[in-house]
Design a protein around this ligand. Structure first.
Ligand code: SF4
Length: 479
């Protein structure tokens, strides 16, 4: 195959850190498709697989929107597709290994069908060692692009498909916030809305600031326009997304930008608003007040704590203590008694002792989470924590994870028991994954509810009587 490499720009970690700490103003641009790329996908199919967080899901929706604008139609099968896109996550090594395994297994498909194009994008594409590996060991990959140049997908594809180039384009600098990008929403009932990109926190275990860059906020008017269009399309819920939503607007010089934005979003009249992810250090009392004041801001909060040990939190550079986290939790419970909490927790961070792990269990006892995303610490190359001595045997980490998961399941079940016999308002998202004749959706409190009812409840907010409870879901009947 006659292929050329295009420019190869790698992220420089020291520069990323420096740039992020410098004050920068976001700049904006409008998306457009060049005439050469416009009809490129006519009669062709694409298969898009997205891994990881909701920010990636939203990026996948943008890519799907661009591809369909170019004439591609989606398909569910790698064998059928003319273009295969892997939108990847770099947060844990296991997820990366899985993607590399899947891409590796496509070698034979590519041999049989050299005309198929295979692309890798997302956070893994922002990692220098991964791009090196792809260049050297994965010749079946035709296109690699990063998180900062998604808007260039049509042009990159044009070069890849028309000029038969092997295109590797990864920008180390974030550059502009690009507006007006097409979107193919993956959900009829709700819509993800990016409010900002990147993160300035540099928690010592986390690769996101390197792969997603510095914080850049979208303008409030652009966000509101997107929410109003969701409402006009009949969607009931807007999910505001950012790595640290509480920092929204700081790069635009706003003092309490997130609270202002939240209130403005609530005033659009959309029926439900949620937001992910909050940072305990940046959470303001005014945001709590906004949640209390507006009934369409859902009273559920994902507030990652990561550990209950002050020493581990210090080494993670989280910027708060277990005590200050619990104070925030208590303040919110006092002002909004019905509020529910979910969190993220890491076990086996380098040097975590039994006593420090016990502090995490104590915090979980206090906070009674409805759910927690729990992980064994996964070192990410280039992060400060990766060079800390990882001295805890894997068996111990596994045991801690099990103990923690059991404790969370117990507290979640105890929380859910209080719902037995009550009526909850559920946004019906369609059939449950397990049973086609059972609906599934989320209550205002963000509880997964599986329920029975008459036909035609999809995309509606339904009163459901709770008839059964589990740790992480409720059963019910539509009223
Ligand atoms: S705040 Fe979240 S995204 Fe940002 S560095 Fe910390 S863990 Fe990573």
């Amino acid at each position: 195959m006659d292929q050329k490499h295009s420019e190869y720009k790698l992220p420089d970690r020291k520069q990323a850190l420096k740039r992020t700490r410098d004050a920068v103003e976001s700049s904006y641009d409008l998306f457009e498709v060049s005439s050469g790329a416009a009809g490129l996908g006519r009669g062709k199919t694409y298969y898009l697989r997205t891994y990881g967080c909701q920010a990636n899901v939203r990026d996948g929706e943008t890519m799907a929107g661009m591809l369909e604008m170019m004439g591609f139609s989606s398909c569910e099968n790698e064998e059928e597709a003319d273009l295969l896109l892997f939108n990847t996550c770099a947060v844990r090594k296991a997820a990366e290994d899985r993607v590399l395994g899947e891409i590796g297994s496509l070698k034979t498909l590519k041999k049989r069908h050299p005309e198929k194009k295979i692309a890798l994008c997302g956070c893994m594409a922002q990692e220098e060692n991964i791009v090196d590996l792809l260049i050297q060991k994965y010749p079946q990959v035709d296109l690699v692009f990063g998180t900062h140049n998604i808007y260039r997908l049509p042009e990159l594809l044009r070069r890849c498909m028309q000029d038969n180039e092997r295109v590797i384009e990864v920008f180390s600098e974030e550059g502009r916030v690009v507006e007006n990008m097409p979107v193919r929403r993956s959900h009829p009932a709700k819509g993800f809305v990016n409010i900002m990109y990147g993160c300035n926190k540099f928690c010592t275990y986390c690769i996101v600031p390197y792969t997603r860059g510095k914080e850049r906020s979208r303008r409030q008017e652009d966000i509101l326009k997107e929410i109003i269009s969701l409402k006009e399309e009949g969607r009931k819920e807007a999910v505001l997304l950012g790595q640290n939503v509480n920092a929204y607007g700081k790069d635009l010089g706003m003092q309490d930008g997130f609270t202002d934005l939240l209130c403005a979003c609530a005033e659009t009249g959309i029926e439900r608003i949620r937001f992910y992810t909050s940072h305990p250090r940046d959470y303001s009392i005014s945001t709590i007040e906004a949640m209390r004041r507006y009934p369409n801001i859902m009273k559920s909060l994902h507030l990652p704590v990561q550990s209950g040990s002050d020493e581990i939190l210090r080494r993670m550079a989280r910027g708060y203590t277990a005590g200050s986290y619990m104070e925030l939790y208590d303040a919110m419970k006092e002002r909004i008694p019905e509020i529910t909490f979910t969190t993220d927790l890491i076990v086996g961070f380098p040097g975590e002792t039994d006593e420090q792990f016990q502090k995490t269990l104590d915090l979980v006892e206090h906070c009674r989470f409805d759910l927690a995303y729990t992980f064994i610490y996964s070192p990410r190359s280039g992060t400060p924590a990766a060079s800390m001595p990882d001295d805890i045997p894997f068996e111990v980490k596994k045991q801690r994870l099990q103990i923690l998961n059991d404790k969370i399941a117990d507290s979640a079940l105890a929380n859910n028991r209080e719902y037995l016999g009550r009526t909850v308002k559920v946004l019906c998202e369609g059939s449950s994954r397990k049973k086609a004749d059972v609906y599934s959706g989320y209550s205002e409190e963000n509880k997964l509810v599986n329920f029975t009812g008459p036909e035609g409840l999809e995309n509606r907010i339904v009163d459901v009587k709770v008839t059964g409870v589990h740790s992480f879901s409720l059963d019910g009947e539509a009223l």
